[in-house]
Design a protein around this ligand. Sequence first.
Ligand code: AMP
Length: 271
Amino acid sequence: MKYIRKILDLNKAIKNEQNLGFVPTMGGIHNGHISLITKSKKRCKKTLVSIFVNPKQFNNKKDYKTYPRNINKDLKILRKNKVDYVFIPTVSEIYTKKKTNTFKLLKSQKILCAKKRKGHFEGVLRVMNRFIGLISPKFIFMGEKDFQQFFLIKKFFENKYKTRIILCKTIRDNKKVALSSRNFLLSKKDLNTAGIITKQLIKLKLKIDKNKRKTKHLILDTKKNLIRTFDIKIEYLEARNKDNLKQNIYKKKYKLFLAYYINKIRLIDNF
Ligand code: AMP
């Protein structure tokens, strides 16, 4: 595994790679990330993983500071999984004095996390544009857990670049909680609570499937119930069309999107 920190070294290392799979991460590597790496290794000749905690996508300084970082542990796991290249740039390598492109969301795109975390996806799009420009991957592998992120990256970049974005299913622990680097910040008790909440959401989806006309009522009911039972703050719980993220789900494929806080740790999921 080649460990790269500088853009100059990156250029040298991958200049002849024609069939490169890219897995962008913020580190805190877990089995969700590994599943993307496995997909990439199957589909592409070489796999490049980036670890970059992107300051531009954090709308909260404390969240940026406390985001789990453990490069040595991450490197060990990536080496064990036979990743070809790992790119861990510094902030100043990515955001040089030369201006990097910025992106604006449409009003209709300012929903769910985009509404609640101002500037978050603008930051994600900015760093992804930079990475795609530097790496020119054939495929990028992204997790369904962050479905809105996948949706926007596909919208903004699949026409602009030759790169194809591949959606990979959410990996969960034995309590059904979606794996996330932020789970490292949760106590065992909080993780248990997250498990119960997840199962309630899976049940809610089944109920909505049976009676879509009652969606609003069913969502409100579950929301009230969760807030009453657990000490959590629900940021949003919404059903949206899977293809365009609009709110009309009647006779359409849809997903339930959830963002909530347990003990000040923000978790998201979708079902
Ligand atoms: P992150 O390091 O949290 O920015 O995530 C990097 C990539 O891993 C993103 O494409 C995420 O959607 C994906 N990912 C994170 N958690 C999971 C999971 N539990 N299952 C599948 N993919 C995931």
